[in-house]
Design a protein around this ligand. Structure first.
Ligand code: FUL
Length: 636
């Protein structure tokens, strides 16, 4: 507005020197057309940014949208989800390792980056670090001369993929873990990793800290004060210095936040801005802060910290042969994509090489099928075939802010409204009715997350019919309609507290998914004749007769609000229900963040009675673990 007035003033009273020019050219009266054109010029200033906006680093991250995290450490060879820190390095000896095969498979899935787990909770460093003896040089792989971080860096480079690193803060092997000395070790580790492996796009950290571990042979529980122990602000200062382009991810990282579950799903409304509570003025502390709003973010929140949805292609983050037929299907992956990338965040898909050091053929096929499907879905933007009209164009500047910007596939060119226009309509008119099932919207996030909500309508049987409503548009909003629609006129009504700056409109039709890899159910015993006795923290199953079995699985409660989950178990058997023998004890690692089916392999076992006891639990709101028969399977 201010600019407009100034310009009018200039038009009315040109500076003296120019006045002479006007006089000379006898242009005493300004033609009306010229006046209005110049007045319109006055409006060309872009809308002022609204609220928190992304940094240049975050913009690059937002553009990445899809990447894979790769877990391949001695834990793979132990068939575990969390190594305890005591694995003998001699077990790490993949015979067919190929970072190229893994990275190429990720690329075929449409992924644009790789995050490699350079050190997981077991503490084994996959590069020849100077900070700890417990590293890849102690393994037989490449006669101790290998560097797996390097292999992944080079493979990513070869495939034109971005590269990032995850170095777990929790270290169940290091004898100094829990002391200030370890924090220095950790800082030296990230210094090595961030100095020798090229330009990183992500620096990945998590808040997991299960407490107990090997710790150099002490086999004890170590508790750290999450709020202060890692001194994240100073630790991340190293990252900023060495890798200024790396987005820092953590539960609430400096650049990217966790979505709050390991299913890769963001809630329906998920703002890219967030106000972090519970730790005002201090550094974001993984695993410590009040993170109730990780998924939803905060409308008009203080900081731009969008979410990453992480989820594994298989049930677990590490490879387990028994999960070879439990991969997510194309339909499931696409649903996750719509609920992560399609909700303004990113999808981080976990890949887990086998002990050979390559991806299993099923994983390779699943990735290729998903990548092919994604390409098919977004191959034709039907909106490009429409004549698009908008109810207002900023300063009538069609060239700068007009409707044509909505389909030019440029995230940062945009259609904008006048400052005073906070509600506007985009109309898509087709010569002939089109079939569609997805509407995609992007805001120019350089100007912040401006839009409150949108409503999508179609003109059907001579009336406008509401098809969908959505909030939190941001970098990318995929509105998946409950069913395929056909219409020749579509209307998008947009509501915002400020002027609108919408960069893209896409309209797509999801092709039917023809082939789906079937998940085979394993040979499990029929439960109908079993009897179960539950007590506070265990379940005893009477199988009726002596039965041989090879494994037992336990599905934790999916909803923490009801009951807790077993973290440490003791599996016992008995012939008479009186005297018991323990046949397996252990932990269900990562069960809190990823409550997937847990399996205890006990080959060649037999018993009439089986008892699964919870020795330690993740408490649910109900306080204790409550086990039901429906949660247990026994395998032949
Ligand atoms: C979690 C870890 O505890 C899991 O093991 C896995 O690495 C996942 C990606 O992050 O926090």
């Amino acid at each position: 507005m201010k600019i407009k007035k100034e310009l009018y003033f200039r038009i009315a009273k040109p500076p003296k020197s120019k006045m002479n020019l006007f006089k000379k050219s006898r242009l005493f009266v300004m033609p009306a057309l010229l006046v209005s054109a110049m007045a319109a010029q006055a409006q060309i200033a872009a809308p002022s940014p609204y609220g928190a906006v992304p940094s240049a680093r975050q913009l690059k991250w937002q553009e990445t949208e899809m990447y894979c995290i790769i877990h391949f450490t001695p834990t793979t060879f132990q068939n575990k989800e969390w190594g305890y820190g005591d694995a003998d390095p001699s077990i790490f000896n993949p015979t067919k390792f190929s970072a190229d095969q893994i990275v190429a498979a990720a690329k075929s899935g449409g992924f644009k980056g790789i995050v490699y787990v350079a050190k997981h909770h077991d503490g084994f460093a996959l590069w020849p670090t100077k900070t700890s003896k417990y590293n890849i040089s102690e393994s037989p792989w490449k006669d101790g001369k290998g560097d797996m971080v390097k292999e992944f860096q080079l493979a990513a480079k070869k495939e034109g993929m971005k590269f990032g690193i995850y170095c777990s803060p929790w270290d169940r092997s290091n004898t100094t873990y829990g002391t200030p000395e370890y924090v220095n070790v950790y800082r030296q580790q990230i210094t090595e990793l961030y100095s020798n492996y090229g330009d990183l796009f992500m620096s990945w950290h998590d808040g997991a800290n299960g407490g107990d571990g090997y710790y150099g042979g002490k086999n004890e529980k170590r508790k750290v004060d999450q709020s202060s122990y890692y001194d994240w602000m100073n630790t991340w200062a190293i990252t900023r210095k060495l890798q200024p382009n790396a987005s820092i991810f953590s539960d609430i990282g400096l650049d990217v936040r966790w979505v709050g579950n390991e299913k890769g799903l963001a809630p329906e409304t998920s703002w890219s801005t967030i106000t972090i509570k519970g730790n005002e003025g201090k550094a974001p502390m993984p695993g410590y802060m009040d993170d109730y709003n990780l998924g939803s973010g905060t409308r008009g929140g203080e900081k731009w910290i969008p979410f990453e949805g992480d989820v594994a292609l298989r049930p677990g983050w590490f490879y387990h042969p028994e999960q070879d037929n439990q991969l997510k299907t194309t339909a499931q992956l696409f649903n996750i994509y719509c609920n992560s990338v399609g909700r303004g965040g990113a999808l981080d898909l976990g890949l887990s090489p086998t002990t050979e050091g390559i991806l299993h053929p099923n994983d390779v096929a699943a990735l290729a099928a998903f990548g092919k499907y994604l390409k098919e879905v977004f191959a034709v933007n039907l909106a490009k075939q429409a004549s698009i009209s908008v109810s207002n164009v900023r300063g009538k500047q069609q060239k700068l802010y007009g409707a044509a910007k909505l389909t030019d596939a440029d995230r940062y060119s945009y259609w904008a409204t006048d400052d005073k226009v906070h509600q506007a309509t985009v109309n898509l008119d087709f010569k002939q009715a089109v079939r569609f099932s997805i509407l995609q919207l992007r805001e120019n996030i350089k100007l912040g997350q401006r839009i409150d909500s949108v409503e999508v309508e179609a003109f059907k049987d001579n009336a406008w019919v509401k098809l969908a409503k959505a909030t939190s548009i941001g970098a990318n909003r995929i509105i998946r309609l409950p069913k395929e629609e056909t219409a020749a006129k579509i209307r998008i009504r947009i509501f915002a507290p400020v002027s609108i700056a919408l960069s893209e409109v896409g309209l797509f039709l999801e092709p039917e998914i023809k082939t789906e890899s079937s998940t085979t159910t394993e040979n499990v015993y029929d439960k109908s004749s079993w009897k179960a006795i539950n007590d506070a923290n265990s379940i005893t199953i009477d199988l009726g007769k002596n039965t041989s079995f090879s494994a037992l699985s336990y599905l934790p409660e999916q909803d923490k609000s009801s009951a807790g989950a077993i973290q440490k178990y003791d599996l016992q058997i008995s012939e008479d229900g009186v005297s018991w023998k323990s046949i397996s004890t252990g932990e269900f690692s990562n069960i809190e963040a990823n409550p997937i089916l847990q399996r205890i392999a006990v080959p060649n076992s037999s018993a009439k009675f089986i008892k699964l006891i919870s020795r330690q639990a993740v408490p649910g709101n109900g306080g204790k673990v409550q086990l039901g028969l429906s949660q247990i399977e026994i395998y032949k």
